[in-house]
Structure formats: C-alpha cells, structure tokens
Design a protein around this ligand. Sequence first.
Ligand code: 5AD
Ligand code: SF4
Length: 457
Amino acid sequence: MKNKFLYIQTFGCQMNVHDSEQIAALLKNRGYQITDNAKLADLILLNTCSIREKAAQKAYSELGRLGKLKEQNPSLIIGVGGCLAQHLGHKLHKRMRQLDLVFGTHNIHKLPDMVTDIERRRIKLTEIAFHKTVSSIGVFAEPTVGSISAFVTIMQGCNNFCAYCVVPYLRGPETSRLAEDITEEIRRLAERGIKEVTLLGQNVNSYGRTLAGNWNFTRLLKKIAEIPGILRIRFTTSHPRDLSDELIMCFAEEDKLCKHIHLPVQSGSDKILALMNRGYQVNEYMKKIDALRDVCPSISITSDIIVGFPGETANDYQETIDMMEKIRFDSTFSFKYSERKGTAAYKLTEKVDEYEKSVRLKLLQELQNRHTQEIHNSLEGSVQQVLVEGRSRNSANDLTGRASSWKIVNFAGEPDLIGTIADVKITKAYLHSLRGKLMNSQEVGDAYRNESSRFNN
Ligand code: 5AD
Ligand code: SF4
C-alpha cells in the first residue's frame, strides 16, 4: 500500500481532540500517516467546533487557506468534520468548492470508506445522519506512541439543553457507552503503557442512564480503578446538578481518582442561571463545593463562566464576581456569550453590548489570575505527586507532568522517570505552571513523616 499523508487540524474541546485521535487511528489502516505539514498532505481534515462564533470563524478561515493548496495539488482531498459540519451539512460544499467531504459528529466510523470512495471516483460526499448507537464511541482510539495519558469517551451527546448551547443539537441525545467496552478499551490502553485516563462526556455524572443493569458513574469509576497499570483517573465534564454525594465521596475514598474537578458554574446570578436553564441555584452549587472540600480539602476546582448572557445586568455580573471571591477557583475558562442560532437564548431580546461583554470578561479574568497566582503561591514548599509525561518543550534538561490537581509541574530530571509518579517539591509558582525539585527517597520519607505528625498532633 502506498504511503499517504493525512494533515488533521482540530478546533474546540477535548471531545474533538479525541475524535481526531480516533480518525487518525481509522485512517492509518487505509495507509494514511500523520503529517504536520499541510503542503505534503494527500488528505486534509478539519475537525471543527461551533460552540462559539469565534471557533466557527477560525475554521472558515483555515478552510480558505488550506483550500488554496488544491491549486498546486488537484488530487488533494479536503474534508470537514465535527460540529460545524454537523450544523451545515452539504451547504458547506456550496460555500467552498474545493471541499470533497463533509462528515458529522456521528459518522467518524464511515470516514475510511468515504475517503476510499472519493479516491476512486472523485465525487463529493456528505454524511451527517445521527445514529442510535453512536459510531465514534464504538471506535477504539490508538494512543500516540510514548504517550502516558489518554482520553476515553464514555458517553456522547447531551439532553440538558442549556439555553445558550448548540451541543444537544449537534451531538444528539445523551448515549452511554457500554461499561464492558470502556473497560476493555482502558485495559488495552494500559497494555500499551497508558497510565492515566480522562473519561470524556458532556455530562459524565449521568453516565448509565441509557444503559440496562444499574450502571452509574461511580460504579464505572470503581471498575476502572481495578484495571492493572492505570495509576490515575480523571473525568470531564460534570454538570453541578447531577454531581452525587456518592461521587463526591470518591474523592476521599478512591486513591486513583485525581484531586481535581471541573464543575462549570456559568454564572453567579440565580436569575441568569434560570434563564440559562441550568437547573440549580448558586447556593446549591456552593453546597456542592463545600461538600467536595469537606471530603477532600486539597481538591482543585475549575469552572466555566459565561459573561454577557442576555439579561445579565451589572448587578448579575457583580454576583458572579462575588461568587468567585467566595469560592476562589483554581482556574476558570471564561467566555463572552456568543449567540447561536437555533438555541433558546437566541430568542432573548435583552442583549448585552459587545464592548460591555469585553469589559466584564477582562475584569473577571484579572480576578481569576489573581486567585490562581495566590493559590499557586500557597503551594510553594509543598510536595506534589507528578505523573511525568515527557520532556519539557522549553528546556532539554527538564521533565514535565501534572500534579493530581491538574497543575503543570516542571522540574529537572532524567527521562527514565517518564510514566512514573515522582515526588516533587514546589520551589516556584507561576500563573500557568509550577516549578519544582525532584525529591530523593530520604526527603520523601521525611516529608511524609512531617505530614503525618502534623495530623497526629
Ligand atoms: N457562548 C459562550 N460560551 C458558551 N459555552 C457554550 N456555549 C456557549 C455560548 N453560546 C461555554 C460554556 C461551556 C463551555 C464548554 O463553553 O461555558 O461550559
Ligand atoms: Fe451544552 Fe449544557 Fe449540555 Fe454542557 S450540559 S453540553 S453546556 S447543553
């Protein structure tokens, strides 16, 4: 088989990053090898996101740029997948003549046959149908050689219909993947050297609702924790309404579960939360945070926040700021509300001015940076267990990895530590990472003795 090159560009969330990994694994069987040089490619795929207008615009401009490569290489195949493809379907062909292939969020498994068909017949294809048993979650991803951490899809779609969000329309109804398939995939990943898995779904807390046999997310977590070789488990994303006491307890009881939760709050105003159709009030969210910190004082908590949702007054915005001051998130992803056609919020009339949104976002991000830096500063002198992922990109002598809290830690060390959990003493806090010093076994023993005597006294 002739070796062909695939250039794949991914926009948006971890779900898309993972879908791209699956696409790469599927097309490898048809002779496609990944390249990071679009000019060498025989096949270019854009895995798009349309959650906010900005992401969609970026995809369009990339399409325009990459489309020009066809002038030099007429046999080049160009395809668009992901949420934008799901949304626009065959209309994308009209918008861009150079396009050969459009595939939606449920059609990744069809991609190899579609590509082969285009290679043979030079036709234009579109596949955006939804399927009951979602295709891409049946595809086992192949981890990149040498990687330590992998994503595993446990469910797809979403039934929540938050008023601002296109995901339920573009990724279909919530569907859980069979627990046996998930554990089998993780077992295979562990055999290939993966030490950490991140379980992916739009709302992992509702895992199992579409399955027979009393499955829920906690039961799944415990099953995964039994798999030999897996040292750490993470998950994303949780919906605050569905975060159960049982799952909160796992942060105290399940050693392999990392001490980090991403719990999108979206707003600190009850009025806005109701308009957003989030299904909880601020005090209920705060109670969950208290419960998490009660069972696991060191837990790192991150969140998503939207500013400028229709109807958000200066007062509502201030309530978000007040909530942030109370909670002090480790970090947040924050966004200006982006209007999406077809969503419930699209019909709301009290729009917030773009400039006002930018001001609110900037102030909120400054506050968050202050909190993040202060939290990082408080970690100086602490010992963190770092899963070493590889060499640092910035310095040849440094290794890089993540603490259980998801914070990036860099330190000087030998590459034989890659794939192991190292004890690292934090020496310097930055906004986006921590720097540390590898501890020797004597120092680790002393540190634990000090820690336990502190608790015994
Ligand atoms: N505008 C702005 N942010 C949005 N998000 C989802 N839809 C929109 C939108 N229309 C944000 C939410 C969600 C994150 C993945 O993206 O905060 O949690
Ligand atoms: Fe969108 Fe809400 Fe579903 Fe998250 S829970 S994907 S924000 S509808």
